[in-house]
Ligand binder design. Structure first.
Ligand code: GDP
Ligand code: IMO
Ligand code: MG
Length: 437
């Protein structure tokens, strides 16, 4: 059986925490897209782990798989594995041979393109991890795959084709002077060594076959989405999006599992009780001033990967309808209810007004989305309480106004909230339904 975890908004909804929460019953946790642009947090008994490539099941000792749809930077992967080793974890990570590799030149080109766009309104505010340029090369059939790192002759051939092109772009288009990131010999030596480590640690797999075998043997497989629906290259707020498909359809493509396999399982949309956003583009329910600062501070809304202060806003219901209905969540999890505590009242963008009409879901172009005026609903605030006690006691212990908020979201989206989080720690969550049960 599979359970797919998908961000319902703009990333950082608390996906890692929910993967960990339900991870006990999982045997394998697989990522299907994105790369080290992700930053997924797991807090176990006060110990915080911030994971960018190692799937969040690692904290519970579960096997992790980086599927073919992931873009893998071996430098950050091995740094992360080594850092986890130092903390006493020994993550079992398998990497799809078909997954594409983020090369040093991808990072440089990511930065240079953002710089070039900074005079326009096209800058996406990327994490600078080389994600877009790596997916471009994948689609352009000039990428380097994990399997190529294991075969020095192929690796050299690929590098000899692609690196001069990249160097020419950097030097001739952007007028920069290229360094080691564009040097075939240096890249060959470093990445061949990564291939040796992958081989020595027996990490390379045919992901689809590996996962199918696990499934046939009765394993529970968790599919861990990164980013969120509104950052999806197809379904998000293009061009202020990431370069992959966080939505559940890609869980099949990005792992090699069948769509029927993924579709038989649950798809849980992860919702932050308000909005937060690193990066650029419109944000109709955006807050500013003291209220924004209050929520940013209470929620620790600073980027996990880059440390940037995040923009914050009220919950945007058309965005959630877009994510939940069209993408068919079977359930949701709602996080960060504690962050909103202490406000006298709070608001939700219930619908939009666009050209004098009321609409309930997002328009398909980001420019039109930027023209939307939220139509707000006001909710009673709830008090600050001892959230650990609430989590221990269960759903009925939530303040009444918080329950009303949860039930409003459930009703609007037509799916139940399987879990509710009132703090970052595993112990701060209320589990109402276990999707693997
Ligand atoms: P992800 O990218 O979706 O996995 O989310 P991140 O880890 O980037 O960001 C979520 C942040 O909120 C992390 O610091 C979590 O520890 C924290 N967090 C998750 N759930 C809750 C919650 O219910 N309340 C509070 N206060 N923090 C939470
Ligand atoms: P997790 O998995 C929040 C955003 C970037 C930028 C856009 C494109 O932790 O939720 P990219 O580097 O992917 O090319 O950047 O996407 N972004 C995220 N925002 N959480 C993430 O991941 C993100 N990954 C990318 O800020 O706006
Ligand atoms: Mg994150």
């Amino acid at each position: 059986m599979t359970v797919t975890i998908v961000g319902a908004q703009l990333g950082d909804e608390g996906k890692g925490g929910i993967v960990d929460l339900y991870g006990d019953a999982a045997d394998v946790v697989a990522r299907y897209q994105g790369g080290d642009n992700a930053g997924h947090t797991v807090v176990e008994d006060g110990d915080e782990y911030k994971l960018s490539l190692v799937p969040s099941g690692a904290v519970r000792g579960k096997t992790g798989v980086l599927g073919n749809g992931v873009v893998v930077n071996p430098r950050t992967l091995f740094d992360e594995i080594d850092a986890l080793n130092e903390r006493g974890l020994d993550p079992d990570v398998r990497i799809a041979r078909r997954a594409h590799v983020i090369m040093p030149y991808h990072r440089v080109l990511d930065g240079i393109e953002e710089e070039a766009k900074s005079d326009s309104d096209l800058e996406a505010g990327t994490t600078g991890r080389g994600i877009g340029p790596t997916y471009e090369d994948k689609v352009g059939r000039r990428g380097i795959r994990v399997g190529d790192l294991l075969d020095p002759a192929v690796l050299r051939d690929r590098l000899e084709y692609v690196v001069p092109q990249k160097r020419a772009i950097y030097e001739d288009v952007y007028g920069k002077s290229a360094g080691e990131e564009f040097d075939v010999e240096a890249l060959f030596e470093e990445f061949r060594a990564f291939g040796e480590r992958i081989r020595a640690e027996d990490m390379a797999v045919n992901a689809g076959e590996f996962l199918a075998q696990q499934e046939h043997a009765g394993a529970n497989v968790m599919l861990e989405g990164a980013q969120g629906t509104s950052l999806d290259i197809d379904h998000g707020i293009y061009p202020y999006v990431t370069s992959s498909n966080p939505t559940a359809g890609y869980a099949a493509t990005g792992t090699g599992l069948g769509v029927t396999e993924v579709g038989r399982g649950e798809v849980i949309g992860i919702i932050k009780a308000y909005l937060s956003r690193v990066g650029t583009g419109p944000l109709p329910t955006e807050l500013d001033g003291d209220l924004a600062e209050y929520i940013r501070d209470e929620g620790g809304e600073y980027g996990t990967v880059t440390g940037r202060p995040r923009r914050v806003g009220w919950l945007d219901m058309p965005m959630l309808r877009h994510a939940a209905r069209a993408r068919r969540f079977t359930a949701i999890a709602i996080n960060h209810l504690d962050v909103l505590a202490g406000l006298d009242e709070l608001r939700v963008g219930h619908a939009y007004e666009l050209d004098g009409e009321t609409i309930e879901t997002m328009p398909a172009t980001t420019e039109r989305w930027g023209d939307c005026e939220p139509i707000y609903r006001t909710f009673d605030g709830w008090p600050e309480v001892d959230w650990r006690d609430v989590a221990n006691e269960g759903y009925d212990a939530l303040p009444e106004a918080a329950r009303e908020y949860v039930e409003y979201v459930e009703t609007e989206l037509g799916v139940p909230a399987y879990a509710i989080s009132v703090g970052p720690d595993r112990a701060d969550s209320i589990v109402r339904t276990d999707p693997f049960a």
